[in-house]
Design a protein around this ligand. Structure first.
Ligand code: SF4
Length: 365
């Protein structure tokens, strides 16, 4: 597949139709108010793995708290994670914070306007770099996200699976061949907007599509057969116990290591159940192993399911009573004994948020 059947004047026409569509239909979004690189960067980091509707709940509040790169660089990581709480993919927040510190300490606070320099910052991949370079600095780097790949696959009947790393090249080259060099920021946003609002995964609105005349999937009635996706292995499910340890009027909260999944977030101690292990026993052993405390499981609180990108968990949550010992951590990097009303000050994992209301409701202590 290639663009060989589109002549240069048709590429121009394609771009004009798309830009025209964007001009008339673009959603009014706070990050489109101006092209300040910091604001664009924050928005693209949030948008990379979160839907617009959810990002709208966070974006303005984040910028009020961290209005520029200096405020973000000087902030405590925990405050940044708290502002990101329940949006998921917390590595994004940690990387953005680290990148801000690098920009302030090594580049006098100036966000690089060269693709290669910007791309070297923590958390900046091809997508973020292309988005920021094009929108904030007017440079013709095409963004190639899931929405754009879907549009390209349908327009040109690209048969390479979208979720196969080896397909990256064909999508990148196709996107580059279509790229508009005069208004790269608007063009990229128009492509993403087309994918998000018209060329949707299940029911593309081809009758409203500004570039339908160029679409080979529409021409051949194959819209729902593209993009091609490679079958992936079923998502594994893990079974965990979670212990809410009470001691006098306080509850034990632990902090996850800074690297890895949910890095730096706080949670009630948890651990995977060994096959065939009794749940209460597993919970008491897990607390002992992770915190060195002897506890007694008092009562089950709830069972909670939670899904991450590559796996799912089922959590058996227990109320535990402290018996003896002093905390020595094995795994977590920090801990607090907190009153229930103090829990809200800490960035908690999304899975823990699912049963937090029960702790308050039960008035455990
Ligand atoms: S015509 Fe339909 S399938 Fe083709 S790009 Fe437009 S919305 Fe997508």
């Amino acid at each position: 597949m290639s663009l060989h059947y589109l002549k240069p004047e048709q590429v121009l026409e394609f771009q004009n139709k798309l830009l025209n569509f964007f001009e008339k239909n673009k959603r009014s979004l706070p990050w489109r108010e101006n092209h300040d690189p910091y604001r664009v960067w924050v928005s693209e980091v949030m948008l990379q793995q979160t839907q617009v509707i959810k990002v709208l709940e966070y974006y303005d509040k984040f910028l009020i708290k961290f209005p520029d790169i200096f405020h973000l660089a000087n902030a405590d990581l925990q405050a940044v994670l708290k502002s990101w709480e329940k949006m998921g993919y917390y590595a994004r927040a940690r990387n953005l914070h680290q990148a801000a510190q690098k920009v302030v300490q090594e580049l006098n606070g100036l966000i690089p306007d060269r693709y290669d320099d910007f791309r070297k910052l923590p958390g900046v991949g091809d997508y973020i770099a292309a988005a920021v370079m094009s929108i904030a600095f007017n440079q013709p780097y095409p963004v190639v996200d899931g929405n754009v790949k879907r549009v390209l696959a349908r327009l040109f009947l690209i048969e390479e699976p979208v979720n196969l790393p080896a397909s990256k090249k064909i999508f990148q080259e196709t996107a580059e061949a279509l790229m508009n060099h005069q208004q790269p920021g608007d063009y990229n946003q128009a492509m993403m907007e087309l994918g998000a609002t018209i060329c949707k995964p299940q029911h593309p609105k081809c009758h409203e599509c500004p570039v339908s005349e160029f679409c080979r999937a529409l021409e051949s009635g194959q819209q729902t057969e593209f993009p091609v996706t490679l079958q992936t292995a079923p998502i594994p499910e893990y079974h965990l116990v979670v212990g809410i340890v009470q001691h006098e009027e306080r509850l034990l909260l632990t902090r996850r290591p800074l690297d890895g999944l949910l890095g730096g977030m706080w949670e009630f101690p948890d651990g995977e159940i060994e096959s065939g292990e009794a749940l209460k026993f597993a919970c008491e052993c897990m607390i002992k192993e992770k915190t060195n405390l002897e506890v007694r499981v008092e009562t089950p609180l709830t069972r909670v399911r939670h899904a991450y990108t590559h796996f799912k968990i089922v959590m058996e949550v227990f109320i535990c009573q402290y018996i003896s010992g002093t905390v020595k951590l094995n795994g977590p990097i920090d801990y607090r004994w907190l009153l229930p009303e103090e829990l809200a000050q800490y960035p908690l994992t999304g899975a823990n948020h699912k049963f937090l209301h029960l702790i308050k409701k039960e008035a455990l202590i």
